[in-house]
Design a protein around this ligand. Structure first.
Ligand code: AMP
Ligand code: MG
Length: 434
């Protein structure tokens, strides 16, 4: 276990008042190690494996396909027949092979076997001529020799997955195709890592929960719902600790409870300059927490570190802590660009880089050099296949509708200044396919 001193040391390389996004990501990466405590693995059936992290390599118990078979509807024959010297080849149809109904005897050199896709290649046959190249008259076929090469249109046993080889690696987050792949191996259960447990809460005297009435100056707590959804999508287990009032005792209680029950604690609000003093003092007594001003927009204030459930820092059980800003869009930007990777790493998942696509900015954008900006964009594909992007409009970090209207983040790099219409920018699409 890394000590407090090491934590402070790794943060000390950077200016916490203007921490570049890449530096914050790098520090978080160093601290987000896969969990090692407790029973970490469970067996689940295929349906429950979707989105889970494989705990060990899955070794293929069989060859897939298990036998050589036809890739086309056509006629199977021995390719030695192709070398007879004529432009066309005549073969007599000796019988039929269907998927699941093999033709058991080897045809001789003047014969072929009618065959359907997926049918076992008859003995002695190594090539399939597709039916569309063939003229059939009665029980004889004729086709140009040039229409097929030796070995063509045959799927070889083990060409998809070879017996004894890893079919899926530990750390894999199981996707739709993987469920099918596991089923194709006859595997009905896999070992997956237990879900990471993440506790989260909102801070602020002004916040009300859905169902309460709004009195003057109050607003509904949206961050807990956004966080819940983003965490669910990542496949972690969530503990919702509600709204915590802006006083030391309430915050201390929430942090202790969260640290006791979870691997990771996420709060929103209460880390900007005005709040920092009382939060900072408390966090320092519970663990090693650094308050950063990240050079990003939205999402500038952020607290990151480790909390301990014991009476003093360094005692009891540790949990990684992310104190996100309160503004709803900042919560989402910091979650995806600072927190997400850490949660995946702690879950034992292989690294999954966000998809970045190049797009042409359809309009000028204001951008200040010296910080990374995550604007909300609407990207569309031109007739010529290029992506074009515009912002959703006002980019205030409290404008949550900008996230709902957008289909991507426009990521404007640290060093960059204003963007002209026609400039190339990077976008991160919100939706993945599988
Ligand atoms: P703070 O970081 O606590 O200063 O909050 C910054 C802004 O975000 C304030 O306008 C808060 O009212 C707002 N805010 C904080 N927490 C939430 C929340 N859970 N849901 C919606 N807005 C919030
Ligand atoms: Mg607040």
């Amino acid at each position: 276990m890394t000590t407090s001193k090491e934590f402070s040391a790794c943060v000390a390389h950077y200016d916490p008042d203007a921490l570049p996004v890449e530096a914050a990501q790098e520090i978080v990466r160093q601290w987000a190690m896969p969990r090692t405590r407790g029973g970490l693995v469970e067996r689940v059936g295929l349906h429950d494996a979707l989105g889970r992290v494989l705990a060990c390599d899955v070794i293929s118990p069989i060859d897939v396909p298990a036998f050589d078979n036809s890739a086309m509807d056509g006629y199977a024959f021995a390719s030695a027949s192709l070398t007879r010297g004529a432009d066309t080849l005549d073969l007599a149809v000796a019988g039929t092979a269907l998927a699941g109904r093999p033709f058991a005897t080897a045809p001789d050199a003047s014969q072929c076997v009618r065959i359907m896709t997926g049918a076992l290649m008859p003995p002695g046959c190594d090539t399939v001529v597709p039916q569309e190249h063939v003229m059939r008259a009665g029980d004889t076929i004729r086709f140009p020799v040039a229409s097929v090469r030796s070995g063509q249109n045959r799927r070889l046993s083990g060409e998809d997955l070879a017996k004894g080889k890893p079919a899926l690696r530990a750390g894999r987050v199981v996707r739709a195709s993987d469920l099918g792949l596991l089923a194709s191996l006859g595997i009905g259960e896999v070992s997956v890592r237990k879900r990471l447990v993440v506790a989260f809460f909102s801070t602020g005297d002004e916040l009300r929960s859905v169902g309460e009435t709004l009195d003057p100056g109050s607003l509904y707590d949206s961050n807990r719902y956004t966080l819940f959804a983003m965490l669910k999508r990542l496949g972690v287990e969530t503990i919702d600790l509600g709204i915590v009032r802006d006083d030391r005792a309430s915050l201390e209680r929430a942090l202790r409870e969260a640290t006791e029950s979870a691997d990771v604690v996420i709060s929103s609000g209460g880390v900007s300059v005005g709040d920092a003093d009382f939060t900072r003092e408390l966090m320092n007594s519970l663990g090693d927490v650094a308050f950063w001003k990240i050079a990003m927009r939205p999402g500038r204030p952020l607290a990151f570190g480790r909390l301990w459930s014991g009476a003093r820092a360094g005692t009891g059980k540790p949990a990684l802590f992310f104190g996100l800003p309160g503004n709803p869009v900042a919560v989402m930007a910091t979650f995806y660009f600072i927190v997400r990777e850490a949660l995946l790493a702690m879950s034992g998942a292989e690294r999954q880089a966000l998809t970045v696509v190049r797009a042409i900015s359809a309009a000028p954008m204001k951008k200040r050099a010296g910080r990374t900006e995550f604007q909300r964009g609407i990207a569309t594909r031109d007739d010529d296949g290029r992506w074009r992007v515009v912002t959703t409009g006002p980019q205030g970090s409290g404008v949550l509708s900008s996230m709902s209207d957008a289909n991507c983040f426009i990521v404007l790099e640290h060093a960059r200044g204003d963007i002209d219409s026609g400039d190339e920018v990077e976008i991160v699409p919100f939706d993945g396919l599988i």
